[in-house]
Design a protein around this ligand. Structure first.
Ligand SMILES: Nc1ncnc2c1ncn2[C@@H]1O[C@H](COP(=O)(O)OP(=O)(O)OP(=O)(O)O)[C@@H](O)[C@H]1O
Length: 256
C-alpha cells in the first residue's frame, strides 16, 4: 500500500494510556518523574522529547507496566502492548522469520497462526525475501524493521518506542520514519515515542510533549497540525521549521 492509499487515522477515542500526576521516586531516593499528566488514545501518536536523564525511559517503562509509579495513577486500558527499543534485541542464531515469531511463540500462539502473523508483519515492514537471513546479514535499518515486525505480531493497540532510530544514519532514519507513519495509518494503534530529535518528533506525531530536566515534568504540549498521511516534503516547509523551532525553544527553556 502506498502512502497516498493509506486510510486516515481513526478519530480519537478513550485513552489507552492515562497518566495522572504520576511520580517516580526510586528506592535510592532519585526522583525521576514529578506530576506527569499524559494520555494517549488510539489514532494519537505522541512523541516525548527532553534532556538526557529526565525520565523518558522511566515514563515508558511505567506505560508498559514493567514498572509501577510511586505516586499518582498510571492507567493502561489494553494488554496488547508493543515495545521497541533502541537496540533491536534480536537473537543472533535465529533468522528473520524465527525472530519475528519469537513473541508470539512465547505467548503460546499456535504454530500456523504465528507463521501467518509473522508473514504479514514481515511484509508490512518491507522485509519480504529476507525471511531466512540471520541478524548479522542485515543492515541496522533491517534489524530495526525485524524488531518492529516482531512487535506487530502482537497486534498492539499501544505501541511504545524508546528511541528506536537513534543509532541509524539519517537516510535510513527518514525512510523508517515514513514506514512507521504508514504503519500508524494502517494499524491505527496509539503511539508513544521517545526521541532526542525534535524534527523526528514533529514529523511523526500528532502531539509533541516537552519534558523538563530531572525530575521530569511536562513543560509544554504541542499539537502538530499537519494532516495524515504526512507528505515527506512537509519537512521542508516554513510551517514545519517554525514548529520545530518552537519545540526546540521550549526544550531549551525546560533545560535551564
Ligand atoms: N532503577 C533505577 N534506580 C535509580 N535511579 C534510576 C533507575 N532507573 C533510572 N534511574 C535514574 O532516573 C533518571 C531518569 O532515567 P531515564 O533512563 O528514565 O532517563 P532518560 O530521559 O530516558 O535518559 P536518556 O535520554 O539519557 O536515555 C536518571 O537520573 C537515572 O539515573
Amino acid at each position: 500500500m502506498t502512502l497516498a492509499e493509506s486510510p486516515a487515522p481513526p478519530t480519537t477515542t478513550a485513552p489507552l494510556l492515562d497518566f495522572r500526576n504520576v511520580e517516580m521516586t526510586f528506592p535510592n531516593g532519585t526522583v525521576a518523574l514529578r506530576g506527569v499528566d499524559l494520555s494517549v488514545s488510539r489514532g494519537e501518536f505522541v512523541s516525548v522529547v527532553g534532556p538526557s536523564g529526565c525520565g523518558k525511559s522511566t515514563l515508558l517503562r511505567i506505560a508498559s507496566g514493567l514498572e509501577s509509579a510511586s505516586d499518582g495513577t498510571a492507567e493502561l486500558r489494553t494488554d496488547r502492548i508493543g515495545y521497541v527499543f533502541q537496540d533491536a534485541t534480536l537473537l543472533p542464531w535465529r533468522n528473520v522469520n524465527a525472530n519475528v515469531q519469537l513473541l508470539a511463540e512465547l505467548g503460546g500462539v499456535p504454530r500456523a497462526e504465528r507463521a501467518a502473523k509473522a508473514e504479514k508483519a514481515i511484509e508490512l515492514v518491507g522485509l519480504k525475501g529476507f525471511e531466512k537471513h540471520l541478524p548479522k546479514q542485515l543492515s541496522g535499518g533491517m534489524r530495526m524493521r525485524t524488531s518492529l515486525a516482531r512487535s506487530l505480531t502482537l497486534d498492539p493497540e499501544l505501541f511504545l518506542f524508546d528511541e528506536p532510530f537513534g543509532a541509524l544514519d539519517e537516510i535510513t532514519r527518514e525512510r523508517l520514519n515514513d514506514e512507521l507513519l504508514r504503519l500508524f495509518a494502517e494499524q491505527q494503534f496509539a503511539g508513544l515515542f521517545i526521541t532526542h530529535s525534535v524534527s523526528e518528533a514533529v514529523y511523526l506525531s500528532t502531539k509533541v510533549v516537552v519534558m523538563s530536566g530531572r525530575p521530569g515534568s511536562i513543560v509544554t504540549t504541542f499539537d502538530v497540525p499537519f494532516p495524515m498521511p504526512r507528505d515527506p516534503d512537509i519537512r521542508f516547509t516554513p510551517e514545519f521549521a517554525d514548529l520545530v523551532g518552537r519545540v526546540s525553544h521550549s526544550l531549551r527553556e525546560g533545560h535551564n
